[in-house]
Design a protein around this ligand. Structure first.
Ligand SMILES: [Zn+2]
Length: 262
């Protein structure tokens, strides 16, 4: 049964109250008026007493019903207020994120360097969710979160991704250190041209499988079969091409070591 409206219940209260008033008047009349015969008077007296008691019981139930309705209405208002507060918090946090993103964009200094995201240290990747990592990238670089997320996914699952281009060396180092400590990102700083090549010319699948088979699917330096990368013998920034002759399989640490010694 649908709960009655507060107005319905109030109308009932009115009705019962006036019935009770009438009964009370009759009861008092039987107490005061001497003209009623005794027998009749007793009957009216009892009836009035019963009517008043019945009205009291009914009133008691109606008051309870009214209280229930008012409590429900109050809960409803409280819930609506909570929804509004949650919405306000959501809007405020979106605004904060956008402000941080714009501030990060402003801190980027122009220069001849590019930042390449090569992946995420495996343990940190498990500790942080993809959206947390994307948010950290967005905060540090000013890249919008959805794009940061796509870049991150491609860097983890496909191949290294250019993150920022034409930035100063100090900017590149600051962001690299920031992201490495905040969630274990792996980044490489390269000359701007190198990241262009990386972005525009992925290694063709045919060349990849040729190099993979030739090198036996392991690091040519240490024989590791983990965290392998396709390493350009002559870097793309120095005119190297995506050919099998110019590519070798190296694990990440051997690749870094070689990169550092060039
Ligand atoms: Zn190795």
């Amino acid at each position: 049964m649908r709960p009655r409206s507060e107005a319905d219940v109030k109308a009932d209260v009115q009705r019962v109250r006036s019935a009770r008033k009438e009964a009370t008047a009759q009861f008092e009349e039987t107490m005061t008026k001497g003209w009623v015969r005794r027998l009749h008077r007793n009957r009216v007296h009892r009836q009035a007493q019963n009517d008043r008691a019945a009205a009291d019981v009914e009133l008691y139930d109606l008051q309870a019903e009214l209280k229930g309705l008012r409590d429900r209405a109050r809960e409803e208002r409280e819930r609506a207020r909570e929804v509004n507060r949650a919405e306000a918090r959501r809007v405020a946090s979106a605004e904060t994120a956008e402000r941080r993103r714009l501030a990060a964009l402003k801190r980027l200094k122009k220069g001849p360097f590019a930042l390449v995201l090569t992946g995420v240290a495996s343990r940190s990747g498990q500790q942080r969710s993809e959206s947390e990592m994307a948010a950290a990238i967005s905060d540090a670089t000013g890249i919008a979160v959805p794009q940061a997320r796509r870049t991150l996914q491609r860097a983890i699952h496909v191949e290294p991704q250019p993150l920022l281009d034409e930035i100063a060396e100090t900017t590149a180092i600051r962001i690299k250190m920031n992201l490495e400590t905040s969630f274990g990102a792996r980044l490489r700083i390269v000359r701007t041209g190198a990241s262009d090549g990386l972005a525009r010319k992925p290694i063709p699948p045919r060349v990849r499988s040729e190099v993979w088979n030739r090198d036996g699917g392991q690091c040519v330096d240490c024989g590791s079969r983990e965290r392998l990368e396709y390493d350009h013998i002559v870097p793309i920034s120095k005119g190297g091409a995506n050919t099998a002759r110019n590519l070798e399989i190296r694990c990440e640490s051997c690749n870094r070591r070689k990169g550092a010694s060039i």
